[in-house]
Design a protein around this ligand. Structure first.
Ligand SMILES: Nc1ncnc2c1ncn2[C@@H]1O[C@H](COP(=O)(O)OP(=O)(O)OP(=O)(O)O)[C@@H](O)[C@H]1O
Ligand SMILES: [Mg+2]
Length: 415
């Protein structure tokens, strides 16, 4: 009897038959190009030349060790903010090296960091060369001490620093922005620091105290959602993810049009194109057509959504229907809805389904759960002086995909 592992090399293991010599399948030549965390090189960045140049102008002095300006980048999700910031930081770093300037560049995702100490720890650790002699432990020292070590590393090793705080609105408060932007003025450190803050909340600035606003300066760049033409160019630039002749000529324009219509989000557009390729691959087809695109959108998304919410209580599903109804039936561009608005529609869904509705508190926690699973996204909004805060939610999936999950989904009035 032949033992496993001794399969003759001539025919190969049928389990991996579909993998050809390039390590890929008949559809893709380089699927990696369609990965969401793939960082495209300069030639693949489309339509952001002006933002790249403007940002480079603001932070430019840092490449000689001079004081850079701080900048805030705003824009909806998938509009290229992180991409542009990373790109400019990379090029600034290379240029600084060419000029023998010691430039610290570091990016922290504030959505990942757990509080102030952790954020400062990440910054310090990110720029700390082994030879600095400064230790940046992950725990066990005070927030204040993390700052001290950061200043020490900067003073010992660098001429200037560019710090990118991505998803900056996720910070608990202004403290970090305040201390970083005033560090030199407060004589904590000698090195000039430029801060690139990135947020997809356009009212983020309203949350900052006047002092922080004034020390950060007023350089703000807005990233508009991409239009169909730009999305088409972004996708065209990654067309070589597919093997030649595989992709029908109508697929990219259609993907771009779909994405532009709904959100202008490059991330979603790229993901949709990848799903179309995956659909063809998984069904052993040798081409990707517009029909596959539609099917892929429904199937890939429908299945993933099902997986995501399998095991959740039925009321999570009703909530999703409520949100999908709202999203589908609101003509307005804006697809964020307050908890109370969703709750109203949710009670109608319950009525249609013939069950009692749950309390607002329970609904709130179900909504957090959906956000955690990345089915929805939640934002804390500030009502303005004396009005407190409220939460808004939006569906990260097409309403049609949500409705497809059930043969007879509840359709309700939303006005
Ligand atoms: N102008 C562009 N050219 C080529 N690819 C782009 C462009 N803009 C965005 N992308 C691609 O789209 C994806 C999302 O872009 P990015 O991460 O920069 O969005 P973002 O504005 O930071 O969104 P978020 O607010 O959700 O963080 C990335 O994979 C990026 O490679
Ligand atoms: Mg980003």
């Amino acid at each position: 009897m032949q033992e496993s592992g001794e399969t003759s090399t001539g025919t190969g293991d049928e389990l991996f038959q579909a993998v050809d010599e390039s390590g890929d399948h008949t559809i893709f030549a380089n699927r990696e190009l369609l990965n969401i965390d793939h960082v495209p090189d300069e030639t693949r960045i489309v339509g952001r030349d002006e933002h790249i140049r403007d940002l480079a102008n603001e932070v430019g002095p840092a490449v000689t060790g001079g004081p850079p300006n701080s900048v805030i980048l705003y824009g909806k999700t998938g509009s290229g903010k992180s991409l542009v910031a990373n790109h400019v930081m990379d090029r600034a770093q290379k240029e600084a090296q060419r000029r023998d300037t010691h430039l610290a560049t570091v990016t922290v995702d504030c959505a990942q960091a757990k509080g102030e100490a952790d954020t400062i720890q990440s910054i310090a650790d990110g720029i700390n060369p082994p030879e600095s002699g400064v230790k940046v432990p992950t725990r066990g020292i005070s927030t204040n001490e993390y700052y001290n070590r950061l200043w020490e590393i900067l003073d010992r090793e660098y001429d200037a620093a560019l710090i990118t705080l991505d998803e900056v609105d996720r910070l608990d408060d202004d403290n970090i922005l305040m201390l970083l932007s005033r560090a030199r003025e407060a004589e904590k450190v000698d090195v000039p620091i430029g801060i690139i803050s990135i947020s997809n909340k356009v009212n983020f600035r309203d949350q900052m105290t006047e002092r922080v606003k004034s020390s950060l300066g007023h350089n703000e760049f807005i990233f508009d959602p991409y239009d169909g033409e730009q999305l088409r160019r972004i996708l065209n630039n990654r067309k070589d993810a597919f093997k030649e002749e595989v992709l029908h000529s109508g697929v990219i324009p259609k993907t771009a049009a779909l994405a532009a219509q709904r959100h202008g989000d490059a991330r979603k557009a790229i993901r949709l194109l990848r799903h179309a390729g995956d659909y063809a691959k998984n069904n052993d087809l040798d081409e990707v057509t517009e029909v596959h695109l539609d099917l892929a959108q429904e199937q890939a998304e429908g299945e993933r959504l099902k997986e995501l919410i399998a095991g959740l209580p039925p009321h999570s599903k009703y909530l999703l229907y409520a949100l999908a109804n709202l999203t589908a039936k609101t003509a307005d561009e804006r697809d964020w809805f307050r908890t109370t608005v969703i709750y109203d529609v949710y009670t109608k869904v319950c009525e249609a389904e013939g069950t009692d509705d749950l309390t607002t508190d329970t609904i709130r926690s179900l909504l957090s759960e959906l956000a955690f699973l990345e089915v929805t996204e939640s934002n804390q909004e500030y009502g303005g002086m004396g009005k407190g805060t409220y939460k808004e939610h939006r569906l990260l999936w097409e309403p049609s995909v949500v409705f497809k999950m059930d043969p007879d989904p509840a359709q309700v009035d939303v006005d």
